[in-house]
Design a protein around this ligand. Sequence first.
Ligand SMILES: [Cu+2]
Length: 134
Amino acid sequence: MNNRILIALAPLLLNVACATTGPAVTGGAEPGTDFVIDMQPILRFAPTPQSVSVGDTVEFRNVSAFVHTVSTRPENPEEAAVTALPAGAESFDSGDIPAGGIYQHTFTVPGTYKYFCDPHHGAGMVGTIIVTAG
Ligand SMILES: [Cu+2]
């Protein structure tokens, strides 16, 4: 799969003293990143919705002090309401992303994706990505 998790521990360790504002993910996006979506301290993904093209890689960056996830779980009735995947697209789930960590996903099937943060979707932390062909 194209999913990969890159845990950046350095920003986490460097920002323990300013946890009230959350550590900033420092530096630029990883090579090959086409779009960046932040996981914000106010429990929101931004920007959302985000339009991308087939083959684009999105880097989700946890710029907050909380653990977040980037999840799709159509098989779970409770979470199906905050999940949408185009026909033929496989679900994806980052697992826990610590403060300062990132998660990347490459979108290979066009259509509309709705994803959520596992601990915070009840607070409205949901997002939409629209993938257009070519
Ligand atoms: Cu969250």
